[in-house]
Design a binder for this molecule. Structure first.
Ligand SMILES: [Zn+2]
Length: 265
């Protein structure tokens, strides 16, 4: 297997797949839950079995291909219902072909025919709950922003937040399904006010972050900072005019400039 696995707390593994996106496995005494599943170029079932012998369910923070396609071939998956259209679009054949092309560029091999035809499970509704895994709790919480049905996960035993794509040091908020910057910031600020996390793991980095990194990101995203955003190329492929704001050293928010002008913070 080409997964890179790091255990940050007992029963908490942050796992990077061959394409560079991360998922997180939480395993208690009775049950386990995998949060996100990567691109699916390599099956996650043997990976889970190598780390825990407990029954494991898969919950997706949102429906994008780099989190959801790893569910291919599995029987069950849970997702917020508001992300069902996202899941259908981003796990469809056209997106898989795009993933195969970028995998080939990176030298990541898979069986292309299998990858294009593998069935995706029909997601079951996950709207927020506390999963008691046995000595470890996964509190699933909706936090719309990066997508309408984005979920985050809080592990109170370690004061750990799994942010999904609602926060990465480089956060993308320009896909058509993303909320406006104003609504995204409102929801993320409410999360910070309610959730006493001290540590954060995000899908697009392997490192463990402190709460202060997320706080610096949010407090730096002032109207002035957003106004100063420089045009950036990320949205070109989707025909979206994007800007890049820098709220803190080493952190960026890439957002849809036109959507932002329609509904300013
Ligand atoms: Zn995403």
């Amino acid at each position: 297997m080409s997964f890179q696995v790091q255990e940050y707390f007992p029963g908490v593994w942050h796992i990077r797949d061959a394409m560079g996106v991360c998922m997180t496995l939480l395993a208690g005494d009775r049950e386990a839950v995998l949060i996100d599943a990567g691109y699916g170029l390599e099956p996650v079932r043997p990976l889970i079995a190598s780390l825990t012998d407990k029954p494991c369910r898969l919950i997706l923070t949102h429906g994008h291909h780099d989190h959801a396609l790893g569910a291919m071939g599995l029987d069950r998956v849970w997702l917020h219902p508001d992300d069902l259209p996202v899941y259908r679009t981003y796990t469809a054949r056209a997106q898989r072909q795009a993933v195969l092309a970028s995998a080939a560029e990176k030298g990541v091999r898979t069986d292309a025919a299998d990858y294009l035809t593998a069935l995706m499970p029909e997601p079951e509704a996950e709207t927020g709950e506390a999963l008691e895994l046995g000595g470890l709790t996964a509190e699933i919480m909706p936090c719309p922003g990066h997508t309408p049905g984005s979920l985050v996960v809080y592990v109170p035993e370690y004061r750990l937040l799994l942010t999904g794509d609602d926060w990465n040091p480089t956060t993308w908020l320009f896909f058509p399904e993303a909320l406006s910057v104003a609504d995204y910031l409102k929801n993320l600020r409410a999360l910070l006010a309610d959730c006493p996390f001290e540590h954060a793991l995000c899908p697009h980095r392997t490192a463990l972050y402190g709460r202060e990194a997320v706080e610096a990101f949010l407090s730096g995203l002032t109207p002035e900072c957003l106004h100063r955003a420089a045009p950036s190329p990320e949205g070109q492929a989707k025909g979206v005019r994007t800007g890049r704001a820098v709220p803190a050293p080493g952190q960026e928010l890439v957002f849809d400039l036109d959507k932002y002008m329609e509904k300013k913070t």
